[in-house]
Design a protein around this ligand. Structure first.
Ligand code: IMP
Ligand code: MG
Length: 421
């Protein structure tokens, strides 16, 4: 089974605020891997992959499913929305992807219930984080409150009792927070139970203890690609708190979210665009504030949310932020994406450092006064980007992407040999 290949576990992380093009990188890399694994987040993610001229957007199922040799694993750290998951299976079917026997989903995954999405909207009206409203925050909150419903619960005869407790609690909470009157159906236990049972039938054959599967596969010398969602600056601990997602996008998330140990991961690959985007609220030091200029970049790069369709805010590549992401993400190597967009845009600037009250900062810190950041910008030739990034971060860039298609991706020879050896 192993073809004498050395075991390889590679973790791919977004080095910015998400939407770095991880889906595409993972799609291309998964040709060399036996398993592609989603381990945190949920349908707030939108991984866009273009193959054979077709665009496929995946929210829960790892992009690796698009390579026939690779199996897709949704491990315990992922929040699963039954509706989104079913739609994704349909999308795969329509795209002619044969996924039979290639999808594994952990019984320990928490399920996003409809009231989590309702709560997400209610809470975001007050906090203005600008969440995706996919129910991510509330389902993590219920998980931590020990009031989560997991996939394994669907198959247990205590489901109804658990649901009763959870729905009672959630209803009280929603009523206290908002005076919407027509939300009774969210808490109708028969309705919720029926929906979960139907979902149980859909996923029955996919459910598998993915922690055991992954450990066993490593021991058998198989190769595993761990596919991060969102980006390091959206990490609940190290990100731009409170404007973050509710899961850990830093490497720890890949461990608690799979059951693997720190020594199981061989390499961490960070993905960064050669400019920056962010959706939702929160500080963004390198943001382009000229509306015409930012709109032009947004159009050329098609920077609209894959999950919500929202226009993404755009800015320059931010080295203090990237250095921070490399450090807290323990990033070994980098992949740079959207080089073609910047080339077409015709102007390339980067933020070299921050000035705050006259003091220089070469690396972002969560302790600095973000309101007072002044950015020091430098112009550069887009074709020099590899050398610039390597000089300014000390990290090798081994993949460069020049467009949405699979063939627009260039690998460094040494890295390519690592993949095929
Ligand atoms: P939530 O994850 O839906 O709770 O949203 C929290 C913040 O993370 C918001 O600013 C979202 O726009 C952002 N966010 C969540 N998922 C993604 C993603 O996949 N790409 C980019 N931003 C995201
Ligand atoms: Mg995305």
């Amino acid at each position: 089974m192993t073809n004498g290949k050395k075991k390889k576990v590679v973790l791919v992380l977004g080095a910015q605020w998400g939407d770095e093009g991880k889906g595409k990188i993972v799609d291309v890399l998964s040709r060399f891997f036996d398993y592609s694994v989603r381990f945190q987040g949920g349908p707030n993610a939108g991984h866009t992959v273009v193959f054979d001229g077709r665009k496929v957007v995946l929210h829960t199922i790892p992009s690796g499913i698009l390579q026939p040799n690779c199996s897709a694993v949704i491990s315990n750290g992922v929040l699963v929305d039954p509706d989104v998951f079913r739609r994704e299976l349909e999308t795969l079917e329509k795209s002619g992807v044969d996924f039979r026997g290639r999808i594994f989903i952990s019984p320990l995954c928490h399920i996003i219930l409809d009231f989590h999405k309702l709560l997400d909207s209610i809470i975001d009206k007050r906090s203005n984080i600008g969440t995706t409203k996919m129910g991510i925050g509330p389902s993590v909150e219920f998980k931590v409150m020990r009031k989560g419903i997991r996939i394994k619960d669907i198959f247990s005869n205590s489901l109804r009792d658990k649901l009763k407790d959870v729905l009672d609690y959630a209803k009280t909470l929603c009523k206290a927070l908002d005076d919407i009157s027509d939300f009774e159906h969210y808490f109708d236990i028969n309705r919720v139970e029926k929906k979960l049972n139907e979902f149980g039938e859909v996923i029955h054959d996919f459910v598998f203890e993915t922690d055991i599967l992954l450990k066993r596969s490593i021991n058998e010398g198989k190769r595993i690609l761990l596919e991060g969602a969102q980006g390091i600056l959206l990490d609940i601990d190290f990100g731009s708190y409170p404007f973050v997602t509710s899961t850990n996008t830093t490497p720890g998330g890949a461990l608690t979210g799979t059951g693997l140990g720190p020594k199981d991961i061989d390499l961490i690959l960070g993905v960064s665009k050669v400019y920056t985007t962010r959706v939702g609220g929160g500080f963004f030091p390198s943001e382009i504030n000229d509306p015409e200029l930012s709109q032009k970049l947004r159009e050329i790069g098609q920077e609209y949310g894959a999950t919500t369709g929202r226009p993404r805010r755009v800015g320059w590549l931010d080295f203090p932020m990237l250095r921070y992401a490399i450090r807290v993400g323990s990033i070994d190597l980098l992949a740079l994406t959207k080089i073609d967009t910047l080339e077409k845009f015709g102007r390339s600037l980067y933020v070299e450092e921050y000035l705050i009250d006259g003091k220089k900062f070469t690396e972002f810190s969560p302790l600095i006064d973000v309101q007072n950041i002044k950015t020091v910008l430098k112009e550069f030739r887009t074709s020099d980007i590899k050398n610039i990034v390597e000089d300014l971060t000390g990290v090798k860039t081994v993949i460069r992407s020049y467009g949405p298609e699979r063939e627009n991706i260039k690998f460094d020879e040494e890295f390519y040999s690592f993949l095929v050896s």
